[in-house]
Every structure is written in structure tokens, then in C-alpha cells.
Design a protein around this ligand. Sequence first.
Ligand code: ZN
Length: 170
Amino acid sequence: MEDNDRYFLEMVLSEAEQALKENTYPIGAVIVDEYNNLIATGRNRVHPQQDATAHAEIDAIRNAGEAILQAKVHRRKLTMYTSVEPCPMCTGAILFSHIKKVVWAMNDDIGFGGYRKIRDSYMFDDRFSVVELIEEPFLDLKERQSALMKEWARNPNDMVNLRKAVCKSL
Ligand SMILES: [Zn+2]
């Protein structure tokens, strides 16, 4: 349902905005079930928690707790909504977490986007073939996420800026 996709992607963007306020990567994620019940929300916590693996999708999966295992047992259909195309780590976590549909606001062709690269290798085709994918369904939401990424590039915690700060101090 397109309306639900918009509703949950807007929720993801709110999480992303909150992450930016916490001076970390502006990426959010939410997990819902096939009845559109919200199972978990998540956002990037790499800088606040000093944890390189604290990506938004991982955060949402952790917050989903036993719902992931229950979805596997009862063959429920979980959907992951996320800001940006998942990286290789999160792509693996999605395949391990019984997510059957993935929707993201913005593709990532130049960064760490890994979902389509790994899928298109066909090495895990039996896994990817049972996951529906919807990329960039709404231009306005893609643009909102893109604006957040541009704002992040000006944040002192952005890696380019952290490195510049080190150079200056030498
Ligand atoms: Zn990731």
C-alpha cells in the first residue's frame, strides 16, 4: 500500500532528523508487520554510542527483540523501512531477520550502499528472491533525505571534517 509506505518512510525521516540532532549520520529505520503494526524504530547511533555497527537498521532489529524470532516461527511478513539503501552489514542483518520487504527513501550508488550490489551478485539469490524491494518511491522524501545528507556533510562529526580538524591541529 503506497499510503503506508509514505507514512512509514516519513517516520523514518523523523528518526533521521533526530539522529542528526544527536550529531550522527542522519539515517532512520522502522520495522512493521504485515498488518502495518509498528514493531520497532531505530536510528543511527554510531557517534553517540561510539559503535561502528550501530546503524539505523541494526538498531531497529535490536529494538524489535523477540518479534524477529516470533516472525520467523509464525512465518510473518516483516517490512524494513530505511532512509538510505542499506550497507553490506545491514543487508546481511536484513536477510537474517526475516524481513520480507525493504523500502528505502534514497539509493546509495556512491557510498556504502550494498543491498543491490550483493543481490545482483546472485550469490544469495535464494534469500534475496523472497524479499520484495521498493527503491525511492517518493521523490519528495528522497529529496528530504538528500538534504539531511548535505547537512550532515557540514557536521563536525562527519569523517571528512574530523580528519580536517586533525590536520589543522598538527
Ligand atoms: Zn548499515
